[in-house]
Design a protein around this ligand. Structure first.
Ligand SMILES: Cc1cc2nc3c(=O)[nH]c(=O)nc-3n(C[C@H](O)[C@H](O)[C@H](O)COP(=O)(O)OP(=O)(O)OC[C@H]3O[C@@H](n4cnc5c(N)ncnc54)[C@H](O)[C@@H]3O)c2cc1C
Length: 296
C-alpha cells in the first residue's frame, strides 16, 4: 500500500497499489515520468517487451481502487468502470450491444480476461473506440480534484491534436446517459474490423455505424466512425450529414463513399497504406449501411 511521503523515485522500484483515486493521483504527481498507470498491463507489457516504450521503475496499479471494476445500469444510465475487463464487457448484461460486438473483436479470450475497457480507450487506437463513439458514450475522468464527464467524441478530437503528449488524467468510467440509450434502443447498428487475418491481429480498419430509419425510409440520427491501429478513431461527419434525412439511392451511396474517402485519415504503417485504409473504410460503410437498411 502506498502511504505517507514518497521516496526519491530513483532509489525504490516498485508496484504501487493505491486504495483510492486521490492516492493514485498523489503518486502520479510525486513520481512524474518515473511511473506509469497500469490497468491489465496487456498493452504496456507488449510495448515494453518490443522496446516501443520505456518501462519506468514505478508502476501504479489501479486494481485496488474501489468502483473501477464495477458496472451498473440505473434509470436507463449505463456505467462501466474503467477497470472492467473486456471479457466482462463482452458478456455483461448491461453492456450496449455494439460494445459487446467490439469486445468480441479485440485480441483473444486470454487477453480479454485481463485487458480492461479503460486501457483499450487509453491506447488511443483501441477497437472499442468506434463503438463508443457511435453509441454516444462519455468518459469520466479524475483530475486530482473532481470528476469530469467528457463525450468520447470530444476526447478523440483532442487526442488527435495532442499527438504524442500523454493523457494525464485517470479514467474512472465509461458511461451512457439515458438520452443516448434511448436513441440507441431504436437504432440499427453495424461494426466491422478488418485485419490481416480473421482474428487476433491489429486493425487495418475498424468501422462502426448507427442510424434510425423513419416510415418513409429516410436516415436519421446517423453516426459513423472509423479508426485503425495507426490512427485515432474519428466520427465521419461529412458522410453523416449527407445521409441525414436522405433516401437510399445509388447516387447517395456514391456520395457517401466519396465523403468517407475524403475525410477518413486511417494512417499508414508497415501493414497498410493510408489510401488502402480509406478505400476499405468507404467500401465497408456503404455496404453495411445498405445491409442494415434492407435486412431489418
Ligand atoms: C496479443 C495482443 C493482442 C491485442 N489485440 C488487440 C486488438 O485486437 N484490439 C485492440 O484494440 N487492442 C488489442 N491489444 C491491446 C490491449 O490488449 C487492449 O488495448 C487492452 O484493452 C488494454 O487494456 P489494459 O488494461 O491491459 O491496458 P494497460 O496495458 O494496462 O494500459 C494501456 C494504456 O492505458 C493507460 N491506462 C490504463 N488504464 C488507465 C486508466 N484507468 N486511466 C488512465 N490511463 C490508463 C496505461 O497507462 C497505458 O498507457 C492486444 C494486446 C495484445 C498483447
Amino acid at each position: 500500500m502506498a502511504v505517507g511521503n514518497y521516496p526519491a523515485a530513483e532509489f525504490h522500484k516498485r508496484v504501487w497499489q493505491p486504495q483510492s483515486l486521490a492516492e493514485a493521483w498523489r503518486l502520479k504527481q510525486a513520481l512524474k515520468d518515473q511511473a506509469v498507470v497500469v490497468a491489465g498491463g496487456t498493452l504496456l507489457r507488449t510495448q515494453w517487451e518490443s522496446g516501443t516504450a520505456w518501462m519506468p521503475p514505478h508502476l501504479i496499479s489501479l486494481e485496488q481502487i474501489p468502483g473501477l471494476g464495477e458496472h451498473s445500469c440505473t434509470d436507463g444510465e449505463i456505467h462501466i468502470g474503467a477497470g472492467v475487463s473486456l471479457a466482462d464487457c463482452q458478456y455483461g448484461t448491461d453492456t450496449p450491444q455494439l460494445l459487446k460486438e467490439a469486445c468480441r473483436h479485440i485480441a483473444a479470450p486470454s487477453i480479454r480476461r485481463i485487458g480492461t475497457l479503460g486501457g483499450n480507450v487509453l491506447s488511443q487506437v483501441g477497437d472499442s473506440l468506434p463503438a463508443l463513439l457511435v453509441s454516444g458514450a462519455e468518459l469520466v475522468w479524475y483530475d486530482g480534484i473532481s470528476s469530469i464527464v467528457e463525450p468520447v467524441e470530444v476526447w478523440t478530437i483532442h487526442r488527435k491534436d495532442a499527438g504524442i503528449v500523454k493523457e494525464q488524467r485517470i479514467l474512472t468510467a465509461i458511461r451512457w446517459s439515458r438520452q443516448a440509450e434511448d436513441i440507441n434502443k431504436t437504432s440499427r447498428f453495424f461494426y466491422e474490423k478488418v485485419g490481416r487475418r480473421e482474428g487476433f491481429c491489429p486493425s487495418i480498419v475498424t468501422i462502426a455505424g448507427g442510424f434510425q430509419v423513419d416510415s418513409a425510409g429516410r436516415f436519421h440520427q446517423v453516426r459513423l466512425a472509423a479508426g485503425s491501429a495507426a490512427a485515432v478513431t474519428a466520427r465521419l461527419k461529412e458522410a453523416e450529414e449527407i445521409l441525414e434525412g436522405a433516401l437510399w439511392s445509388t447516387r447517395l451511396a456514391e456520395t457517401v463513399h466519396q465523403a468517407v474517402m475524403k475525410q477518413f485519415e486511417g494512417g499508414s504503417d508497415s501493414f497498410a497504406s493510408a489510401s488502402y485504409r480509406k478505400r476499405t473504410a468507404a467500401n465497408l460503410i456503404v455496404a453495411l449501411l445498405w445491409n442494415r437498411l434492407t435486412l431489418n
